[in-house]
Design a protein around this ligand. Structure first.
Ligand code: DGJ
Length: 559
């Protein structure tokens, strides 16, 4: 509330003074949390909305401080403000009830030295659906800590249907959060926690261990039925169709309600994993309430059945079951390595309660993805996987320049995410143009076409913010944007002025005034005039993205 008042009073040009909104360090309201703000759910860090320009370390990197040492300056040079790093259960609880959090302390100290925030990834009972990160005392005692049984046999994976498994994990996770609270409440370097990693069952749709068979024969839990009934008209079509098998029965076993199919078995697993993870998260939050999320190994194009992808994981088509079963989890997020990035984002952002991409690609594709996640889906940030790449030179990674621009624009982005006045577009040669409606205008984004060679770049992307009446700030690479009014209007839109520039501490610093070749998209003026266009627009060259600020004007047909 205080922040919103400040925003109204101070206005867009004085972002810096928002720093004064910070309240007493250590106060509960100062802890990192998610907050619904207008159109968006944002991550609040140190009392202010925060855009996580993040990267995830390789799985084993956090286990050696010496190994990681040379990478910290590289992470800063890549313009990251946040690092996602693994905390393996087996290393922090090597003996039952004996905890060693030196790995966590080192991460926190080193992140602070490099002015970075941390998201800790709890590699507990499952990492990519496997149980390789559990302590040896858990691994070697399979009668106390039972495994899943598939139709092909027993796997080296903890069953989610064991109270002993769940409580041992929850206890360790609670100890982790207690420790983070002790060492980090004052500075708040740790801003979020991922609970487990890409959970779900491999090799079968359903666990067939004794406890799983018994649970599957039980009535569907009341909490789930209540959720389904309450949200019947909003359910994912897949879940709705399953339930329709029984004509929406409101009592009965899993088979009786959802029929007998791999999809019905997957629904049982989704509920089961969600309840387990919820209990772990709950135990952690009791100690220290940080935002918590789970990440999904999403369905790949070649997958036909659950089990080919981890069955019961938080994939898009079972998010209803996760929302019902894991209210302690704040965000259900996708790991996206597929090219249909925006489509996957749309499936997960559907829940409307906040969005993040914890794993995806780096490089040029990553730069475009980051713009799209943040500009089109109000993401709280973006995080490519394997950011501590041995051979990589930060300067040559296109993501470095993209993060520099997002960093400059962050205050404006966060303000306009909540106002709903931001959009983004990523195009490629298969999909070379797109219309957007923003700020009362129709924007035609397209890949530039070389007039001599008729060639287009492989990809282009931009993020556009309607900052005022007839005024936009846009940033992009290899893309052009033409402006038009509503198609039924007889007015034509022209460029009043276009400036290239930078934001320094939130203040616009103009560079070149762009005109002539730098704004001319088409000389086909007969076609342009017939469709109320001028042939001008914003033209973003390739390579590192740049920022432009445009003022538009309109003129009517001559009588
Ligand atoms: C997804 C997992 O969540 C990561 O931990 C890592 O294993 C990557 N896959 C590797 O591509």
């Amino acid at each position: 509330m205080i922040r919103r008042l400040l925003l109204v009073c101070i206005g867009a040009a004085t972002f810096l003074s928002m720093a004064s909104a910070e309240s007493t360090p250590g106060a509960a309201s100062d802890l990192p949390h998610l907050e619904k703000s207008g159109n968006a759910t944002q991550l609040i860090v140190d009392g202010r909305p925060y855009l996580a320009l993040a990267g995830e370390l390789h799985n084993s990197s956090s286990t050696s401080r010496a190994y990681l040492k040379p990478f910290w300056p590289k992470l800063t040079a890549m313009n990251l403000n946040t690092v996602l790093a693994a905390v393996p259960w087996g290393l922090v609880e090597p003996e039952e009830n004996k905890f060693d959090f030196s790995l966590v302390d080192h991460l926190i100290e080193d992140a602070r030295t490099h002015h970075l925030k941390l998201v800790l990834l709890w590699f507990g009972s499952w990492k990519n659906g496997l149980s390789h990160y559990v302590p040896q005392w858990v691994k070697s005692d399979s009668s106390r800590f039972p495994r899943v049984k598939t139709r092909h046999g027993t796997l080296e994976i903890l069953t989610p249907l064991s109270e002993a498994n769940r409580e041992a994990d929850a206890k360790a996770f609670a100890a982790l959060l207690r420790h983070v609270k002790e060492v980090d409440t004052a500075q708040r370097t740790v801003i979020m926690i991922q609970v487990e990693n890409e959970v779900g069952l491999h090799a079968d749709a359903r666990d067939r261990s004794d406890s799983a068979m018994a649970a599957y024969a039980q009535p569907v839990p009341r909490e789930l039925l209540d959720y389904l009934q309450k949200n019947r008209d909003r359910l994912h079509p897949g879940i709705r169709a399953l339930w329709q098998n029984s004509n929406f029965k409101t009592a009965g076993t899993w088979d009786e309600l959802f029929g007998h199919s791999p999809a019905a078995e997957e629904a049982f697993m989704a509920w089961t994993y969600a309840r387990y993870v919820n209990r772990v998260a709950e135990a952690g939050k009791k100690e220290y309430t940080l935002p918590m999320f789970v990440n999904a190994w999403i369905v790949q194009p070649e997958d036909e059945f659950p089990g080919e992808y981890p069955s019961g994981g938080p994939q898009a088509h079972v998010l209803d079951l996760w929302q019902a079963g894991a209210p302690q989890i704040d965000l259900l997020t996708p790991d996206i390595y597929l090219p249909n990035f925006a489509e996957v984002c749309a499936q997960f952002a559907r829940a409307g309660s906040g969005f993040f991409v914890p794993e995806s690609r780096s490089g040029a594709e990553g730069a475009a993805n980051a713009f799209v996640a943040i500009g089109s889906f109000n993401s709280i940030g973006y995080s490519p996987f394997g950011i501590d790449n041995r051979d990589a030179d930060p300067a040559s990674n296109p993501l470095t320049a993209a993060y520099a621009i997002l960093h400059q624009l962050a205050p404006l982005i966060l303000e306009h995410q909540s106002k709903g006045s931001i959009a983004a577009v990523a195009l490629n040669t298969q999909n070379a143009a797109r219309k957007l409606v923003l700020g009362g205008y129709t924007l035609q984004a397209s890949l530039p076409v070389n007039r001599r060679t008729n060639q287009s770049p492989e990809r282009g992307y931009a993020l556009i913010i309607a900052v005022g009446r007839d005024e936009f700030v846009a940033a992009g690479s290899d893309l052009q944007i033409a402006f038009a009014t509503d198609p039924t209007s007889s007015e034509t839109v022209g460029l009043a002025s276009v400036e290239e520039g930078t934001y320094e501490n939130g203040t616009w610093v103009p560079g070149r005034n762009l005109n002539g070749d730098e704004v001319m998209i088409s000389y086909d003026l007969s076609v342009m005039a017939a469709s109320h266009r001028t042939g001008t627009g914003l033209k973003f060259p390739g390579g590192a993205p740049t920022i432009q600020r445009v003022k538009l004007y309109r003129f009517s047909d001559t009588k």
